[in-house]
Design a protein around this ligand. Structure first.
Ligand code: PLP
Length: 479
């Protein structure tokens, strides 16, 4: 932006167009329920509307904004109150505004010195969260650990694994083929990002052990112990265990305490992935999900899923920050500065994969300030209560079967007519655009995942979606 240049957008024009963009976003939210939740376009349909070559002469911002009409049909409306697929990406007004300011500032917080507020606000807000969720004190910055915002849970697991790898090999993981003897453990229900992390970290898929789960789809600690013992006998080095609090398929809760005791006994790094479930601990009555977290070397949850903070924002805590910094620290000449040399500051580039970092703490800080702890608790409690009400409706219809417990806000259910019928039912619902749900397979059973968690989802939305499911089933049974 510039007052005088003819090349750049002038500040007055920016102001005018900026108001229009805010109006555009506000209108979008006001009318969001009018869109089909799942985009109905065919592959290539969106691209085909645009010229093959980029414009030679620039266009007005009004023209560009008009073109959003061509783009909108290709949007799946994650913020719709009828979006029940995957896990949510619940956003909020304050988060969007905080992110806008971050974009406007346009900073890169790679080092403390490149924008001290970026690092300090991040550390500060993450310390707040430790208290807000009653997490172990060792995750606080005034202790041995600390927190950092990563882009995703996938990156959080990866950096945890890298720190574990470097710890067990004293920073020499590629010496004497040590890498090939390191083993990572997680349950067969863990998120695919753990397998990806194992591949990226050079441990390799063959050195990953998938531990069996019990009837609630939670990891079986006995099987973990037996597998570790077997690996030790074969000369392997058990390195990393990832326990999941709230698995992706069914929100199963791994028994973190028992797993933690095993990790302690065998000196294995314990990472706890609570990507979706974590924010439940904002409420005292759900803190049981974190029982045993004291054993964890690292922990992650995503405010971009269920804490009103728009994507991306994934919180990563570590008990011994030196483990992470020693693994990822770099200091080329061009990044040297007095603050770094003084040792009095954190350079958060050493706490994650990329050098450059967005000012993500700003949106999280907006959210926490705007809602306060009480507002965030109300948000979580509403979803928990509404999910149980929805579950009770499903239970009342004996054509359906709920296949897993519902500790949080995900219901896994199926029609008793079996896999094919359930799959066809899901397709019909999604094609209708009235709601969007996804599926998983549990013990070879095809099940619909009905995930509650969007910011604007109320009990009335759940009721109309449930009514529509019943209506669709009735029609299917007649045909
Ligand atoms: N872990 C769990 C338990 C998840 O459910 C998910 C995504 O749903 C992830 C990790 C990956 O999250 P992200 O997209 O932040 O990498």
């Amino acid at each position: 932006m510039n007052k005088n240049s003819n090349l750049h957008m002038k500040t007055d024009e920016f102001r005018k167009q900026g108001y229009k963009v805010i109006d555009w976003i506000a209108d979008y939210y006001e009318h969001i329920e009018e869109y089909p939740v799942l985009s109905q376009v065919k592959p290539g349909e969106i691209r085909s509307q645009f010229s093959d070559k980029a414009p030679i002469n620039g266009r007005t911002h009004d023209e560009i904004l008009d073109d959003m009409n061509k783009i909108m049909p290709g949007i799946t409306h994650w913020q719709s109150p009828n979006f029940h697929a995957f896990f949510p990406c619940a956003t909020s007004g304050p988060a969007i505004l905080g992110d806008l300011i971050s974009t406007g500032l346009g900073i890169n917080g790679m080092s403390w010195a490149t924008s001290p507020a970026c690092t300090e606000l991040e550390t500060h807000v993450l310390d707040w969260l430790v208290d807000m969720m009653d997490l172990p004190g060792k995750f606080k910055s005034d202790s041995t650990g600390g927190g950092v915002i990563q882009d995703t849970a996938s990156s959080s697991s990866l950096v945890a694994l890298i720190a574990a790898r470097e710890k067990i090999t004293n920073g020499e993981s590629n010496k004497n083929g040590l890498n090939s003897r390191l083993i990572a453990y997680t349950s067969s229900q863990a998120h695919s990002s753990i397998e990806k992390a194992v591949k990226i970290a050079g441990i390799g898929k063959n050195n990953m052990r998938l531990i069996d789960v019990d009837e609630s789809f939670a990891m079986k600690p006995n099987h973990l112990r037996k597998t570790i013992e077997k690996d030790l006998k074969s000369g392997f080095i058990p390195t990393f265990v990832c326990a999941t609090v709230g698995t992706t398929s069914s929100t199963a809760l791994d028994p973190v305490e028992t797993i933690g005791e095993i990790c302690k006994e065998y000196n294995i790094w314990l990472h706890v992935d609570a990507a979706m479930a974590g924010p439940a601990a904002l409420c005292e009555e759900y803190r049981y999900i974190h029982k045993g977290l004291d054993f964890a070397d690292s922990y992650n949850f995503n405010p971009h899923k269920w804490m009103l903070t728009n994507f991306d924002c994934s919180i990563f805590y570590i008990a011994e920050r030196s483990m992470l910094i020693n693994s990822l620290s770099i200091l080329p000449e061009y990044l040297k500065n007095k603050a770094t040399e003084s040792g009095a500051v954190y350079d958060l580039r050493d706490w994650g994969i990329p050098l450059g970092r967005r000012f993500r703490a700003l949106k999280l800080w907006h959210v926490i300030n705007y809602y306060g702890v009480k507002g965030l608790q109300t948000f979580i409690r509403e979803h928990m209560k509404n999910t149980q009400t929805l579950r009770s409706w499903i239970e009342c219809d004996d054509r359906f079967e709920i296949v897993t417990p519902t500790p949080l806000t995900l219901i896994c259910f199926r029609h008793k007519k079996g896999n094919l019928f359930t799959e066809q039912l899901l397709e019909k619902i999604n094609e209708s655009g009235k709601a969007y749900m996804t599926h998983t397979k549990l013990n070879e059973k095809y099940v619909i995942r009905f995930s509650v968690g969007q910011s604007t989802t109320t009990i009335n939305h759940l009721k109309s979606t449930w009514d529509y499911i019943i209506e669709t089933v009735n029609k299917m049974e007649l045909s």
